[in-house]
Ligand binder design. Structure first.
Ligand code: ATP
Ligand code: MG
Length: 580
């Protein structure tokens, strides 16, 4: 342990009172007030403490934005990244690296404050010994089952362990032998001596250390006893000089224990635990265990499957860090649990991409169009805005010729009422090009349209009406000779029900069979031929798409649909505004 870790940056500052920021939420209100009154030496230090046993998901993003956001918003604020790596069995280096990468990608920096709870194993051990010496911890020989039986219930007090009144010397010796590897896993634990009759079950002599003969990814074989979460967490916070230890509501009952450890040890500071409501999203599971199962059982292609709510999955899908941060700001920080509509997340990415994604035309299910009165061999180039929301982006050139592709869906041989797109005898606008009329349909043996014979009006160049006559539909197109082939992957919600993780059934039964549709015969405008992996585009009338970072190759483009253009959330909001 270096000195600098015991005295985190910002401690003992020059006494100028930081201007407390206006509070955006109840935690910022607490922090602002603490700074104003000079608590903790008028500094704020938070931490993000992931357990490296899985990839980060959108729920973690909420916690990251909150912890790093508070550090950013208050003068002198700091936020540590601390790996909570006290469980050797489940943790892997692969996860450590991905977590660092994902936090950085989200736009946050821990600067030089990267810590591991395992760095504190020596100190934690010494604090455990201190509690034993004070008569406040004991080695218990009950088995896990027996401990459970002694624990009592919410309505009945627990029973004291027969080992509870061991003397200090005996406890010290047994704990040393636990550490020395003399005992089998599960045969003994070190427990805090608190109160077996406490109404709070967390306080009924909780385990502090257990024997686990597993190598640890950082400490190797140095230890065969490992600290439990409740003991390790408050002490890690204290060692790092954390002022506000922010966690989710499930830990509200553990707060009493968090405080008990720090109150009963001789420590220089006492961080304040504050709980907030975790993020729940409908149509989504946000439990690392379940996400791991989805990966291991092959329901998705990996942690970075674009349907996964992991930051890697969302990144591959085309989400931007800005959109995720905006989403996390908008959902706010509350003290009671609720479920956020996934439409709100989609709304955030649409807003961002609407401003920043260049436009392109792409035909996902092509139907060939031959313009019989257009000169063979002639090619025109139309100048089309790259992004109408951003005039500074300029224009792009889109080639036009006698043979085009349009969407199969933009043609009906027998149009239903109010269908204004192409059908025999009807005229539409080809976006930015010409008016087009369908004259004839060529069909295959099964009666499906395979080619449309059409004519265009040369006087409508650029898509403007030559004589005031109106068309009711504008459709997109690509020039057949110039189009680039692409595969497009359309994603829908991974789960078909709003609360897939709830109820008695297995959440896997709620998987949406139609969550992935691959279209391998798509045609995109030639300007996309060299689109970079990870680049994001709006396909006009269709949605936002991102070049896949794993499977796309030059000459073999693969696009992921990030989100459709239809914005149900905006409609819901508008509806609410009208009602309200
Ligand atoms: P999971 O429940 O997915 O297994 P976890 O809480 O075990 O997650 P940790 O690695 O311990 O995962 O989480 C690191 C931090 O992220 C913790 O402070 C935790 O409170 C926070 N966190 C985890 N899930 C959410 C969520 N859905 N919303 C907000 N914060 C979360
Ligand atoms: Mg956890």
């Amino acid at each position: 342990m270096s000195e600098s870790r015991e005295k985190p940056a910002g401690m003992g500052r020059d006494g100028t009172e930081p201007a407390a920021k206006p509070s955006g939420d109840f935690i910022r209100t607490i922090v602002g007030e603490d700074l104003r009154t000079g608590k903790n030496g008028a500094r704020v230090a938070t931490r993000f403490p992931p357990e490296p046993n899985g990839y980060l998901h959108i729920g973690h993003a909420k916690s990251i934005c909150l912890n790093f956001g508070i550090a950013r918003d208050f003068p002198g604020g700091t936020c540590n990244l601390r790996f909570d790596d006290t469980n050797p069995a489940k943790e892997e280096v692969e996860y450590v690296e991905s977590i660092e990468e994902d936090v950085r990608w989200l736009g946050f920096s821990w600067e030089d404050r990267l810590y591991y709870a395992s760095d504190y194993f020596g100190k934690l051990h010494d604090y455990a010994v201190e509690l034993i010496r004070k008569g406040k911890a004991y080695v218990c020989d009950l088995s896990a089952d027996e401990i459970r039986q002694h624990r009592g219930t919410l309505t009945e007090p627990g029973k004291d362990s027969p080992y509870r009144n061991r003397g200090v010397e005996e406890n010290l010796e047994l704990f040393a032998r636990m550490r020395g590897g003399e005992f089998d896993e599960g045969s003994r634990v070190l427990r805090a001596k608190i109160d077996m009759a406490s109404p709070n079950i967390c306080m009924r002599d909780p385990a502090m250390y257990r024997i686990k003969k597993a190598p640890h990814h950082r400490t190797g074989d140095a230890w065969c006893i490992y600290p439990m979460y409740d003991f390790a967490h408050c002490i890690s916070d204290m060692i790092e000089g954390i002022t506000h230890s922010i966690c989710t509501l499930e830990f509200a009952n553990n707060r009493e224990l968090y405080d008990w450890f720090l109150d009963n040890l001789d420590v220089p500071c006492h961080p304040q635990q504050i709980e907030f409501a975790r993020l729940n999203l409908n149509y989504t599971v946000l439990s690392k265990r379940k996400l791991l199962e989805l990966v291991q059982e092959g329901h998705v292609s990996g942690w970075d499957d674009p349907r996964m709510p992991t930051l890697r999955g969302m990144r591959r899908r085309g989400y931007t860090p800005e959109a995720i941060r905006t989403f996390c700001e908008r959902i706010g920080v509350a003290r009671t649990d609720s479920v956020v509509d996934i439409g709100m997340l989609e709304h955030a990415i649409r807003e961002d991409l609407n401003l920043h994604a260049p436009r392109a035309m792409a035909v996902l299910r092509p139907l060939r169009v031959v313009i019989e009165n257009y000169p063979e061999g002639q090619v025109e180039e139309f100048d089309v805005p790259i992004n109408p929301e951003d005039p500074a982006a300029g224009t792009r050139k889109v080639p036009f010729s006698r043979e085009l592709y349009i969407e199969q869906d933009d043609f009906r041989e027998v149009p239903p009422p109010k269908y204004y797109r192409l059908s025999p005898g009807k005229e539409v606008r080809l976006r930015s090009a010409y008016f087009l009329t369908c004259n004839r349909v060529l069909k295959d043996g099964e009666g499906r349209p395979v080619e449309l014979r059409c004519s265009y009006d040369p006087a409508s160049r650029g898509g403007a009406s030559p004589d005031g006559r109106k068309v009711k539909a504008t459709i997109h197109w690509v020039s057949a000779a110039h189009a680039v082939d692409a595969e497009v992957r359309l994603y829908d919600k991974l789960f078909a029900t709003p609360n897939p993780g709830e109820g008695s059934g297995d959440y896997r039964q709620n998987l949406n069979d139609g969550s992935l549709e691959r279209l391998s015969d798509c045609k995109v405008e030639p300007g996309l031929a060299n689109a970079l992996p990870g680049s994001r585009h709006q396909f006009e009338r269709l949605g936002y798409f991102c070049v896949d970072t794993v499977d796309s190759q030059p000459g073999k483009l693969v696009f992921n649909r990030t989100v459709t253009l239809r914005d149900t959330w905006a409609k819901i909001e508008a509806g609410e505004r009208k009602q309200g």
